[in-house]
Ligand binder design. Sequence first.
Ligand code: CP
Length: 307
Amino acid sequence: MRSLLSITELSVEEIDGLVATAKDIIAKPQKYAEICRGKKLATLFFEPSTRTRLSFEAAMYELGGNVLSVSSAASSSASKGESVADTAKVVSCYADIIAMRHPKEGAPMVAAMNASIPVINAGDGGHNHPTQTLADLLTIHLEKGRFDHLTVGFCGDLKFGRTVHSLIDALSRYEGIKIVLISPEELKLPSYVKNDVLRKKGIEFTQTTDLLAAMPELDVLYMTRVQKERFFNEEDYLRLKDSYILTPDKLKTAKPDLSILHPLPRVNEIAVAIDDDPRACYFKQVRNGKYMRMALIMKLLGLTPEI
Ligand code: CP
């Protein structure tokens, strides 16, 4: 039995396999419509979510399965003090697979150690969010046709943005990747990601505070929200929250085939006027997340469609 806690647990071949399955689901949804008949997914979300929880649930329904859901800590026995370990043991009695989001880093790992069914990390604190990374990867592959030889800019909150850490981890395994880190000084990528991922793997990277200067060289621009929920001090959040706002005039020097991604939710980082720009991929990214979660659920349940 296998869980997914971090994107690094998937080999390059497995990521390529999930991308291929997701593309097949997009092309032939009927082939997959009954594959999870009789199976149940439990979504255990102890932190707010719109996309991740609903896309997991939509994914399971589109595979013919069913869903049990905890949508907040307050509505579960966690509010009475039940441990993550006990929750995982209990839910294993009802469901076939768990998707868990938790504000505490490592909570999904504790769940996986205690569950008798696969556990998918749906975001743990500022740590990891592997299924968002799968959505990001499918979007990049559909837009660019490859993962290698791309210059990818990450802009905004690179300190607390767990989706940034996971995507850098995933892309650093492909050849010819160049990373441009664009953030205020206070929200720079943590040293452990720079040392353990970028430097260790010999990935070319630069750091800047200047989005406009970086723009012309980018193939992909990954915008992020400043993570209000991870700040201890509201004053700091208010000072930093509008550090980067992408507006149409800032795209004047961008490549015509730039792909603009954002894990969403957006607050103020991308002007609504950009939504109609063909380079805006963030709503396609939302849809792609559902297909990758379908592919992942099947993989972890060991299910393959009949040809
Ligand atoms: N991208 C993402 O994780 O969105 P939600 O917080 O709405 O799930």
